[in-house]
Design a protein around this ligand. Structure first.
Ligand SMILES: *Cc1c(COP(=O)(O)O)cnc(C)c1O
Length: 370
């Protein structure tokens, strides 16, 4: 059986170092807000090229707390509009509604599945304050264009980099394009903890401090509560796990790129649309292949065929946000590109521990499908 993602295999590569780091934390007697967090935050900020990184409990909180901080700092108000891709993972949208802000769904480009900048301008109103740019599947959104639009209309840019640690364009990484960026270290992400964790990167010192306080009961100083905050922190033990795994992130990304290249060159079947790197192949660094997502009008049959050959695939994602029960009020709306994407996408295994033989076998099964 070829699993979609073999987390046990992935973490097994670093077993000794992970256990050593774990032991260090257990023996330290210090479990929240200590040396491990500080070390990881510094190295992750350095990795992204940003001045600050603030650890939080998960990726959703990184987004929620950033928008909340902008509200506390007077840069956003209830009802302000936030532009967000219509086909994103629901978390991006939850972060907006959680803050009493209004999501404005903008359709993606069908070939990259990232937000279409030419449609952003049409969606801007006098209430628009933020573009929430999602780097979906591991590929940077068209950040040069998005930043240009943001500058022109004086908008804040929040990146959702949960799927794209390390993706870069023009030498600038995910997390260092917008005013702030949220990352997730959910175990299945390209940089995954051994539990929940997230981080927020920014070059804005006031924002970083505000988010740190908001995630710590709204407190800058112990027992003094400046905001009605919440509890959202990155534990020492997860920070220690992440410090180990960050060292190997680039190597794993390279491995994902090799597998993606094999798929891109090997899959030749008119019934299958391959993922596209935006721009040209010189921009291959802009994709870290968190997911390798093909499109087909015959998804059910193809998934069944793959499954009969013991190849596990997943769908990211089967239901558009505007068709979810959680957003009933949007159910009658139509976002045809997003709906086509949700109806046709299928994610192939792109686990960095896959062997070349396994990848070639998957390609062979795909090419024989008719
Ligand atoms: C995973 C993910 C999140 C949420 O991260 P969690 O750590 O699971 O809260 C947000 N946005 C996107 C695009 C994601 O893929």
């Amino acid at each position: 059986m070829i699993p979609f993602l073999d987390l046990k295999n992935i973490n097994q590569q670093y077993r000794d170092e992970l256990i050593e780091a774990c032991t260090r934390v257990v023996d330290s007697g210090w479990y929240i807000g200590g040396h491990e967090l500080e070390t990881f935050e510094k190295s992750f900020a350095k990795y992204c090229g940003t001045q600050y990184a603030v650890g939080v409990a998960n990726g959703l909180d990184a987004l929620i707390l950033t928008l909340r901080a902008w509200k506390e700092l007077g840069r956003l108000h209830d009802g302000d509009e936030v532009i967000v891709p219509s086909n994103t993972y629901i978390a991006s949208i939850l972060a907006i509604t959680e803050n009493n802000l209004t999501p404005v769904l903008v359709e993606p480009d069908i070939s990259t599945c990232n937000i279409d900048p030419s449609k952003i301008t049409q969606a801007i109103t006098e209430k628009t304050r933020v573009i929430l740019a999602v780097h979906l599947y591991g590929q940077l959104a068209d950040m040069p264009k998005i930043m240009q639009i943001a500058k022109q209309y004086n908008l804040l840019v929040l990146e959702d980099s949960a799927q794209s640690h390390g993706a870069q364009l023009q030498g600038k990484k995910a997390g260092n394009w917008g005013n702030a960026s949220g990352f997730s270290f959910y175990p299945g992400k390209n940089l995954g903890a051994l539990g929940d964790a997230g981080i927020l990167t920014t070059n804005d010192e006031t924002l970083a401090q505000t988010i740190r306080a908001l995630g710590n009961y709204g407190s800058f100083h112990k027992y003094e509560n400046h905001y009605k905050g919440l509890n959202s922190r990155l534990d020492e033990i997860q920070a220690a796990m992440l410090s180990v795994k960050l060292k190997y992130l680039n190597r794993e990304i390279e491995r994902r790129r090799e597998i993606a290249q094999l798929y891109l060159e090997g899959i030749q079947n008119p019934l299958i649309e391959l993922p596209v790197i935006q721009g040209n192949t010189n921009q291959y660094l802009s994709h870290v292949w968190h997911l390798f997502v093909i499109r087909t009008k015959h998804r059910e049959a193809l998934q069944k065929t793959l499954s009969e050959h013991d190849i596990q695939t997943l769908i990211h994602y089967p239901i558009s946000p505007h068709k979810q029960q959680a957003y009933q009020e949007w159910n009658p709306l139509s976002y045809p590109i997003s709906e086509a994407i949700h109806a046709e996408v299928l994610s192939l295994p792109i686990d960095p521990t896959l062997s070349i033989d396994q990848v070639n076998f998957i390609i062979q099964v795909l090419n024989q499908f008719n």
